[in-house]
Every structure is written in structure tokens, then in C-alpha cells.
Design a protein around this ligand. Structure first.
Ligand SMILES: Nc1nc2c(ncn2[C@@H]2O[C@H](COP(=O)(O)OP(=O)(O)OP(=O)(O)O)[C@@H](O)[C@H]2O)c(=O)[nH]1
Ligand SMILES: [Mg+2]
Length: 349
């Protein structure tokens, strides 16, 4: 590849509020980066425990008590990883609003394109972006008026005499469904949070009793467990889900998730990870980067020597280093990132 093309690639690299590291890439570097992510075993991405199957059935029985469904998804993966089964199992009868949450962590340059893509390619009529860490944000303020408008446009069938509006919040795990309920309740009713929230997937395990989020008009919501599709269609989609914390870290492995993060960064020419690892040149070797990081940060694990069960030795703790790298992404310390930017950047409406 001629050097002028390299310069162009570099100038198109992801920019954000953080200091952007733009190393001088040589042709050698670009050739070294993997073009495909190989997952050791696709079954690692399968997570469909009993509470999801049971939850889905219960949600179907609750449909008759609601007027609208809010599907919450992660704004860092706007076009990847939504549960395709929702379309058949839950949507179709009731009006649907898609909320893309965690906008504080996503690259806002892709907000408009995400919305256009979802409307034009997926036929979604209403897309709202929220940040549950900021109750004064526009999305949080706009959501309930939007729900009421949407409901008024549709036939409420058995519920038309009921002055109370019912809404079901659905989505895959850990996208902020319960946080959204707390934010709306706090923003509109000035009440404390009542839906349990946590940084791990699978915090809400049962369909909850209804929670009031507005007085006039009265709006009640049902919080539900995050439900994944039993079969993730594509390894890279599954790994994006894993990176955003919607699957269980331990079943995929922190090393594999960190390796995917490095693969994604290199593929998309986002080199903010150089600062994290304290290095000057990009690399595609996650084992080496994690080991160097562990040594630099003095993160060791004491393990038994293979040759002698009585002898213990200190080894760089790659898992803990991998966890720190993943958390840097999840907390926005690598800068705002849209993991679907590779598809969205080509999208023209
Ligand atoms: N940065 C950021 N974090 C958020 C936002 N919304 C939720 N979170 C965090 O995301 C994590 C998951 O939030 P929950 O509300 O428990 O997600 P959930 O979809 O109800 O998860 P399950 O009940 O496990 O399906 C928590 O650590 C929240 O603090 C947001 O807008 N921005
Ligand atoms: Mg929850």
C-alpha cells in the first residue's frame, strides 16, 4: 500500500475527546493486523439460562396489560446484537419504541446514521437515544411524551377504557433497562430508584411488578429480565455483545474478550489503547501486551510450578490485565466508541 494511502487511513481514524494517539503506521503494521477474528468455540457465545426462557413466557402473558413496548439496546452496538426473536415473540401487536442507551459511552458522530439505518433498514419508526447517568438529558425528557404520542396513534383494543398507560421494557441483558426506569421515575416523579441495577448481566431475573413513572397521565412500566437469542448468528456480533457486558465474562474468558477488543481497535484504526498499555507502536499480540502491562503494573498471580507441585512461582496475571483493558473500554476510558462504526460509516440514506 502506498504511503499516501496510509496517511489517508490515519487521517480517517477515530477521533474523540481524549488525546488521540496517531502512531506512524508502516505498511508492515497494517499487514500484521488480523482481518478476521477467530473464536475458539462458537458455543461460548450461547447463554440462554432458565430465567430467560421463563421470563420470555411471562412477558408474553403480560402483553395484554401493556399499550407499548420500549426495547432498550446499547448505543455502542446500535445495529448488532438486538434479539431477533423479539420481533416474533413480543413485538408486532403493540407499538414499539427503540431506546439506544449509554450514549455517554458511544461515538456521537454515528448517532444520526444509527437512527437512519434502523429506520430505513429495520423499519423501526421511533428511535430515542438516552443516557441514564444524566437524568436531565434530552432522551430521558422526551421518552414519556413520545410513548404517550405513540400509544395515542394506535388502537388500544381491550385497554381503551383504561386511563392508565402500561409499558413493558424489554431488551438483552445489561443494556440499562432497570436504570432507565429509575431515571424516568426520578426525573418525572422525583422518587428514589426502585429497580435493582448492576454492572453484570442477569441482575433482573423475573418480570417485576408494575412501577409508576408518571402521574399525569398515569404511566406504569414492567421491568423484565434481559433475554438473549439462544443462537448468536455471527461470532463478531457475539463478541461485540461480550465486550459490552451482555454475556457472562467468565464463560467466554477475559483473555478472549480483550483479544477481540484489540482486534477491533486495530481493524478500525483506533489506537487509543497505546496510552492504556503505555506503548508507542500498535500491536496485534494480546498475550504480549497483557504480560507487559502486568509486569509494568506489578500484577502477579502465584501459581504452582508445573514441574514440582511444592514450588510456587509468580506469573504476570494476564486475566487481571485483560479485565482492566476491558473495563477501560466499558467505562469509556478508551474514548467513546461505536462498535458498529465499520458498517455505519459506509451507510448513506
Ligand atoms: N455509562 C452508562 N452506564 C449505564 C447507563 N445505563 C445503565 N448503565 C449501567 O449499566 C449497567 C447495567 O444497568 P442495568 O440497569 O442493571 O441493566 P439491565 O438492562 O436492567 O440489566 P439486566 O437486569 O441484567 O438485564 C449498570 O452498571 C448501570 O449503572 C448509561 O446510560 N450510561
Ligand atoms: Mg435489570
Amino acid at each position: 500500500m502506498p504511503e499516501s494511502s496510509l496517511a489517508l487511513l490515519q487521517s480517517n481514524s477515530t477521533r474523540n475527546d481524549l488525546k488521540v494517539n496517531m502512531p506512524t503506521l508502516s505498511t508492515k503494521h497494517l499487514q500484521e493486523f488480523r482481518r478476521e477474528f477467530r473464536l475458539p468455540d462458537r458455543n461460548l457465545l450461547r447463554w440462554f439460562p432458565g430465567h430467560m426462557a421463563g421470563g420470555l413466557k411471562k412477558m408474553q402473558t403480560k402483553l395484554k396489560s401493556v399499550d407499548c413496548i420500549i426495547e432498550v439496546h446499547d448505543a455502542r452496538i446500535p445495529i448488532s446484537g438486538r434479539n431477533p426473536n423479539f420481533k416474533y415473540d413480543l413485538l408486532g401487536v403493540k407499538p414499539h419504541i427503540l431506546v439506544l442507551n449509554k450514549t455517554d459511552l458511544t461515538d456521537t458522530n454515528f448517532i444520526n446514521k444509527s437512527s437512519m439505518y434502523l429506520k430505513e433498514q429495520e423499519g423501526i419508526s421511533e428511535v430515542i437515544f438516552t443516557n441514564c447517568k444524566d437524568q436531565t438529558s434530552k432522551g430521558i425528557k422526551d421518552l414519556v411524551p413520545s410513548v404517550i404520542n405513540t400509544i395515542k396513534k394506535f388502537d388500544r383494543f381491550n385497554r381503551c377504557a383504561n386511563p392508565e398507560f402500561g409499558v413493558m421494557i424489554i431488551g438483552i441483558p445489561n443494556v440499562g433497562k432497570s436504570s432507565l426506569i429509575n431515571s424516568l421515575r426520578s426525573s418525572i416523579l422525583k422518587k428514589n430508584k426502585c429497580a435493582p441495577v448492576g454492572a453484570k448481566p442477569g441482575i433482573t431475573k423475573l418480570v417485576q411488578n408494575r412501577i409508576k413513572i408518571s402521574n399525569s397521565p398515569p404511566v406504569f412500566v414492567y421491568d423484565t429480565p434481559g433475554i438473549l437469542t439462544p443462537n448468536v448468528p455471527h461470532a463478531e456480533v457475539g463478541m461485540k455483545l461480550a465486550l459490552c457486558g451482555t454475556l457472562q465474562d467468565h464463560s467466554i474468558g477475559l483473555f478472549t474478550i480483550a483479544d477481540f477488543l484489540l482486534y477491533w481497535c486495530n481493524k478500525n484504526k483506533n489506537f487509543n489503547y497505546l496510552d492504556f498499555f503505555g506503548i508507542n507502536e500498535p500491536s496485534d499480540n494480546i498475550g504480549l501486551l497483557l504480560a507487559q502491562y502486568a509486569i509494568k503494573k506489578n500484577i502477579y498471580i502465584r501459581i504452582r510450578e508445573l514441574t514440582s507441585s511444592n514450588v510456587k512461582v509468580n506469573k504476570p496475571d494476564l486475566n487481571l490485565s485483560a479485565n482492566r483493558f476491558i473495563e477501560a473500554f466499558r467505562n469509556g476510558k478508551l474514548g467513546p466508541i461505536n462498535l458498529d462504526s465499520d458498517t455505519l460509516k459506509w451507510y448513506k440514506s
